[in-house]
Write a protein that binds this ligand. Structure first.
Ligand SMILES: [Zn+2]
Length: 121
């Protein structure tokens, strides 16, 4: 018979064929760890999105502000993380971190907007 081991502590298992853990303690510890890992991924992404939104809020003082890509990058803006995308009828694409958005004007320039301007575009 194939030897099986507890997924948590590695002790050999002697019970039913579908047994995965040597004890309830190990089962609970294993699931708590899995859960913690998932939560830490979510926390990590949330913190990037929050930081992005804070940067956009700080820099977008006028409600609609032109800004260099360099300035966003210098603030630590992470272009890989957004919450949603909005494409206007004219084909402009706005990238949003919650209510704060931006659109690329060219390679160096961005325009920052807030969500209520969706109505106008
Ligand atoms: Zn165990």
């Amino acid at each position: 018979m194939e030897k099986r081991y507890c997924l948590e502590c590695g002790e050999p298992l002697r019970g039913r064929a579908d047994q995965k853990f040597c004890s309830d303690v190990c089962r609970t510890a294993y699931h708590n760890k899995l859960h913690a890992e998932k939560n830490s991924v979510i926390r990590h992404v949330n913190s990037i999105l929050r930081k992005n939104r804070n940067i956009l809020t700080k820099l977008n003082t006028e409600g609609k502000t032109k800004i260099t890509k360099e300035k966003l990058t210098r603030e630590g803006f992470n272009f890989s993380y957004i919450t949603n995308i909005y494409t206007t009828k004219t084909g402009n694409i706005y990238y949003y971190c919650y209510d704060q958005g931006y659109m690329s004007l060219n390679d160096h320039m961005y325009i920052l907007v807030r969500k209520q301007e969706w109505i106008d575009n």
